[in-house]
Design a protein. Structure first.
Length: 225
């Protein structure tokens, strides 16, 4: 364990921020927050374009040199293995791989306690609970049980949404068929009426040809016939 101590304004926070910025970068805030963020607080006054640093560290029995330029106009980073001069890529995740996929939150909660902050945050608590749940349920702490549950919940949500869409389609089809059936029954009723009318007309003509007097008497009784 390394403890950085000293009087006020002796550079403790500057050194702490430098190490963290070299490992995870230092981004400028947006809007009004930019005036009070770490980027603006540590930006050089006299020569703001010269805003950079270098750091050597070891990983896997090899020594690496990490260089960063934080300047907003010339921002870049390089990572070189000093053992064989191999140039790695921070952008492609090589630095993250060397750090074991360490996140800024876990770094703040375990590896670097800032001044006036001597207890782990909620991020570490959630990570430990997730690890314990994974190990208890699967025997492997590397499996992300929480992520698997979230994935299943999302799949369930999508399945329910798809079921709802299918039900709506079936309902629309059912209503369409019902409407077509009403049209068919209306046409059948109309045809039945026409058939009855034709049968009456045929019967009337048949009766008239066989017995004209009967037709005349019927016409007197029913002038509309």
């Amino acid at each position: 364990m390394n403890v950085i101590y000293g009087e006020n304004e002796s550079g403790k926070s500057t050194l702490y921020t430098f190490i963290r910025a070299m490992l995870f970068g230092l981004e400028r805030g947006r809007g009004r927050a930019a005036a009070q963020d770490a980027f603006s607080r540590y930006e050089p006054w006299e020569n703001p374009n010269y805003y950079c640093g270098e750091m050597k560290f070891e990983s896997g029995d090899k020594e690496f040199l990490l260089s960063r330029n934080f300047d907003r106009y010339g921002k870049n980073e390089t990572l070189v293995c000093l053992e064989d001069a191999e140039e790695l890529s921070v952008k492609d995740g090589d630095l993250q791989m060397l750090m074991g996929d360490l996140s800024p939150q876990i770094y703040d909660d375990t590896m670097a306690m800032a001044q006036m902050r001597v207890k782990p945050g909620m991020t570490l608590s959630e990570e430990l609970k997730n690890y314990a749940s994974n190990y208890y349920a699967t025997g492997d702490g590397e499996l992300d049980l929480a992520a698997a549950i979230d994935y299943l919940k999302e799949q369930k949500k999508e399945s329910l949404h798809e079921m709802q869409k299918q039900m709506e389609k079936r309902q629309d089809k059912r209503e369409h068929i019902s409407q077509e059936m009403s049209y068919v029954w209306r046409d059948i009723h109309k045809l039945e009426e026409e058939q009855a009318h034709l049968e009456e007309e045929i019967e009337f003509r048949k009766c008239g040809s066989e017995n004209p007097g009967c037709c005349l008497s019927r016409m007197k009784k029913n002038p509309n016939t």
